[in-house]
Design a protein around this ligand. Structure first.
Ligand code: HEC
Ligand code: HEC
Length: 159
């Protein structure tokens, strides 16, 4: 009888221990996931280092639409897995040009729009965007080829 009691006591303690261990593991991994939720980007040179995954993906999908391209227009294939893209890789010229474009668009909004708004000024001015110039193509110059025809022709009379 006594031996049986001891045994069930041991079982109970064992069960508590298992629950405690499982619990501490789960909380540990939840904390870990919580910390890992903010991704560490590998190679951001113009976008903020702490940009969230959602915001970055919104921007990237916006670039696809504004330029009428796919992610692979700017991102090169991975060397080890050629069917995947290596998003941190800088070997495509379009990606580097895009960096200048991102900075230019941001500077136009921050320096040439925002300061001239009446107070209270918006936190971010978003007047100029990629699509405003690109209109669904990577080469806006092409649709602007005949741009001179858009200017009204002035009749100049010689006197
Ligand atoms: C017009 C060019 C362009 C297109 C199209 C584009 N990206 Fe990007 N992407 C960039 C640039 C430029 C950077 C780096 C920004 C910087 O340096 O701050 C970047 C960075 C990234 C990064 C961060 C990589 C790192 O860790 O440094 C990811 C992830 C990414 N892009 C995913 C995508 C996905 C997914 C798509 C398609 C939905 C896409 N991009 C389409 C230009 C582009
Ligand atoms: C003020 C107008 C303007 C704005 C705003 C603008 N671009 Fe451009 N972009 C151009 C012009 C003009 C070219 C040269 C296109 C050509 O050669 O036909 C160009 C070229 C590019 C190229 C290289 C062309 C190619 O084949 O890939 C990329 C990439 C690009 N822009 C991305 C962007 C992104 C991303 C944004 C927004 C963050 C943006 N641009 C905003 C005018 C603009």
């Amino acid at each position: 009888m006594k031996f049986k009691n001891l045994l069930s006591l041991l079982y109970t303690l064992g069960a508590i221990l298992v629950i405690a261990i499982t619990y501490s593991f789960t909380t540990a991994s939840i904390e870990k996931i919580g910390k890992e939720y903010q991704p560490k980007w590998q190679n951001l040179k113009v976008l903020p280092q702490d940009i969230s995954k959602d915001s970055l993906m919104n921007l990237m999908e916006g670039y696809n639409k504004a330029l009428g391209v796919k992610c692979s227009h700017c991102h090169a294939p991975s060397k080890n897995e050629p069917r995947k893209l290596d998003f941190a890789d800088d070997s495509k010229m379009a990606k580097n040009i895009a960096r200048g474009m991102i900075k230019m668009t941001h500077d136009i909004n921050e320096n040439y729009f925002k300061p001239y708004y009446p107070d209270p000024k918006p936190t971010h001015a978003t007047d100029v965007s990629c699509v405003m110039c690109h209109r669904g193509t990577a080469k806006p110059k092409e649709y602007l080829e005949n741009i001179s025809s858009l200017y009204p022709v002035k009749e100049t009379k010689e006197e």
